[in-house]
Design a protein around this ligand. Structure first.
Ligand code: NAD
Ligand code: TYD
Length: 354
């Protein structure tokens, strides 16, 4: 009976991962969702899970040392899976401070709490691991060819990616110095249900539904490597169970697309699903000023996790993007709650004092 501490479990990937774990392991595991509910944390992302007996929520900031210490006394935690982060590059350009605080200090605080709680005179307790959810953005920007491997140098270029790379170095330091069992995963751009509509795909879907302009940064030819969130969850599960301590694993969908291709695909799918909506079309596309320091291309070589852990993505882009668009169309209440800010109201209903 393992106990998972999932930080950032009310965010996009974290909530998908909590659901993935419960579907796979059911009542054989305990999940503690640690989230301080920033603008990106939405209790509604886990509404179907609030009443699960083995699911607990704690409203804690990962920078809060004493709250984390108390948590580790309350629960006998086996795995920390650290999703909690400030995650949007545009926000990091506007206001980097929260990124330094949560992504760097927060990761350090979690690492130090884990070290103090898990260390004994005989070494670390068995069946313990710290899994840091990182990003391909720590490797910087690629030219027309090549892929990031786990040995590519860290060369982050935005305040977001610099804060994530700093966190990775702290995780590595805890492994090298104290032998803390850790893994770092570096994934490419995720897409799927429950993503906050500030990121490209849900933003385009939401704006199409509202008949608003679809902002394309620069020439629209920047490339991202897209990964369906469910496939990402499967990879993290494998890394927790089979990943060798101290190792880094890249996770990518082998699915490179220019931003403009993504935007046109979403328009095509929505127009097909909503044939009566005459004002959804490529006329909504608007080229706008480029993002400052906009990374040109990301591409991930995930042969290590494929060969060593037997992972491969199961969802092709056409299938994944169709499922994703359908989900947002079927969950317009969720979109409305998020865009109106209403979702913050649901905290008390979720918590229920458990
Ligand atoms: P998200 O922004 O949707 O969710 C982040 C969650 O963390 C929110 O629930 C928020 O309330 C919580 N949080 C933020 N600061 C916190 C703090 N100080 N204490 C406790 N909780 C806090 O993010 P996401 O897209 O789900 O990303 C999850 C992780 O995956 C992040 O670490 C991100 O860097 C990484 N990642 C994401 C992508 C992607 O495409 N979304 C790609 C690569 C890596
Ligand atoms: P985003 O979803 O913010 O993820 P990231 O910056 O972490 O890759 O952006 C994906 C790509 O889409 C990125 O190249 C920036 C671009 N983009 C736009 O062109 N328009 C937009 O409105 C947004 C949000 C992003």
């Amino acid at each position: 009976m393992h106990t998972y501490c999932i930080t950032g479990g009310c965010g996009f990937i974290g909530s998908n991962f909590v659901r993935y774990l419960l579907n796979k392991y059911g009542s054989n595991i305990t999940i503690i969702n640690v989230d301080c509910l920033t603008y990106a944390g939405n209790p509604l992302n886990l509404k179907d899970i609030w009443d699960e007996p083995r699911y607990f929520f704690r409203k804690i900031d990962i920078c809060d040392k004493s709250a984390l210490k108390k948590l580790f006394k309350e629960f006998d935690i086996n795995y920390i899976v650290n999703f909690a982060a400030e995650s949007h590059v545009d926000r990091s350009i506007q206001n980097p401070e929260a990124f330094v605080s949560t992504n760097i200090t927060g990761t350090y605080t979690l690492l130090e709490t884990a070290r103090q709680s898990w260390e004994t005179e005989q070494g670390f307790l068995p069946e313990r691991k710290f899994i840091q959810i990182s990003t391909d953005e720590v490797y910087g920007s690629l030219g027309k060819t090549g892929c990031f491997t786990e040995n590519s140098p860290l060369a982050p270029r935005s305040p977001y990616s610099a804060s994530k790379a700093s966190a990775d170095l702290l995780v590595k330091a805890y492994s090298d110095t104290y032998n803390l069992p850790v893994n770092i995963t570096r994934c490419s751009n995720n897409y799927g249900p429950y993503q906050f509509p500030e990121k490209l795909i849900p933003l385009v879907i939401n704006n199409c539904l509202n008949g608003s302009e679809l902002p394309v940064y620069g020439d629209g030819k920047n490339i991202r490597d897209w990964l369906y969130v469910e496939d990402h969850c499967g990879a993290i599960d494998l890394v927790i169970n089979k990943g060798l301590p101290g190792e880094v694993y890249n996770i990518g969908g082998q699915c490179e697309k220019q931003n403009i291709e993504i935007i046109k695909a979403v328009i095509r799918i929505i127009s097909g699903l909503l044939p009566d909506s005459k004002n959804i079309g490529e006329v909504l596309i608007k080229y706008v000023n480029d993002r400052k320091g906009h990374d040109r291309r990301y591409a991930i070589d995930s042969s290590k996790i494929r060969k060593e852990l037997g992972w491969y993505p199961q969802t092709g882009f056409e299938e994944g993007i169709l499922e994703t668009v359908k989900w947002y169309l079927d969950n317009r209440d969720w979109l409305l709650d998020v865009t109106s800010g209403q979702y913050n109201e649901y905290y008390k209903q979720m918590y229920k004092g458990k």
